[in-house]
Ligand binder design. Structure first.
Ligand SMILES: C[S@@+](CC[C@H](N)C(=O)[O-])C[C@H]1O[C@@H](n2cnc3c(N)ncnc32)[C@H](O)[C@@H]1O
Length: 275
């Protein structure tokens, strides 16, 4: 067995151990990407091999927390893929407006920018007070940051451009207060959002959702885990509800495909059929 194969065995044993001890299951994450991230963590750690690290990782929750930070990819931005948010505003919100109240689940919300962008769209479209968003992630450290709603000031120029491209109607600067190098998002955006931990590998669905967004999360998963997530979202969505995936993701070829029609071709917004 060469060194690479031995490391594969060590990684498999480690992932099995982490699942048993902490209940976090990374065994169905896409192999190349999890291997890359674990190797990066190992190189920065005091350990020479995964076998050496395993004993401490299984006993020390704080060390495990640092590994978790290394595994998850938390990159996000306000109005990420502006064309997607334009379609949300112009094609999806008109349906939502026909309900007195809507529930929205952001699965894998990272630091919350996607949920805050959605809140801006809904408020501008006259839905203030008529929605509740559940924004969830496996990573409690990013949820903490999401809750704070503080963004780096350096990003505001590019976020303003995204906002305008997505059909934004106001001045993006109205939604935050600048404080030195940070932008503090306004309290009215936070009012309708509940941030909570949720693990897509093991936790149950959220009931009676009108919209589920899971963008740029399942790209890190193997096909079987993708199917699990899609079944979870299907069980969460009301008939006539909407499923939004990332631009590099698709329902094509998946078990649940037949239950949906594509609302905005190319933008990965699907509507669940009635019956
Ligand atoms: C690249 S971010 C996507 C953020 C946002 N949805 C977007 O598109 O900008 C992926 C997020 O998925 C989360 N994630 C990874 N595995 C998860 C799991 N099993 N359950 C829930 N969230 C998970 C990560 O912690 C990370 O914050």
């Amino acid at each position: 067995m060469d060194a690479g194969e031995l490391e594969d065995v060590e990684i498999r044993l480690l992932l099995e151990g982490l699942q048993r001890v902490y209940g976090y299951d990374f065994r169905d994450y896409a192999e190349a990407s999890i291997k890359r991230r674990l190797s990066h963590w190992l190189a920065e750690s005091a350990f020479a091999t995964f076998s050496q690290a395993q004993s401490d990782l299984l006993r020390d929750p704080q060390l495990f927390a640092s590994l978790l930070q290394g595994i998850t990819v938390n990159v996000t931005e306000m109005f990420r893929d502006p064309a997607f948010f334009k379609a949300i505003r112009e094609q999806l919100v008109p349906f939502l407006k026909t309900y007195p109240f809507v529930k929205i689940w952001h699965a894998g919300c990272a630091t919350g920018e996607e949920a805050y962008s959605m809140a801006i769209v809904l408020n501008e479209e006259g839905m203030t007070g008529r929605y509740r968003m559940y924004a969830t992630d496996i990573d409690e450290a990013v949820l903490q940051r999401a809750q704070e709603g503080v963004l780096p000031m350096a990003e505001m120029q590019s976020y303003t451009r995204n906002y305008q491209k997505s059909g934004g109607r106001a001045s993006f600067a109205d939604y935050y207060t600048a404080r030195y190098d940070r932008a503090i998002l306004s309290a009215e955006l936070k009012a309708g959002i509940v941030f909570a931990p949720h693990n897509l590998t093991s936790d149950a669905e959220f009931g009676e959702m009108n919209v589920v967004l899971c963008r740029n999360v399942m790209i890190y998963f193997k096909p079987a885990l993708k199917e699990r997530c899609l079944r979870l979202f299907d069980a969460s969505l009301l008939p006539g509800g909407f499923l939004c995936l990332g631009l590099k993701e698709t329902l094509d070829g998946r078990e649940t495909r037949g239950a949906y029609q594509e609302l905005a071709p190319g933008l990965r917004i699907y509507r669940k059929r009635y019956g």
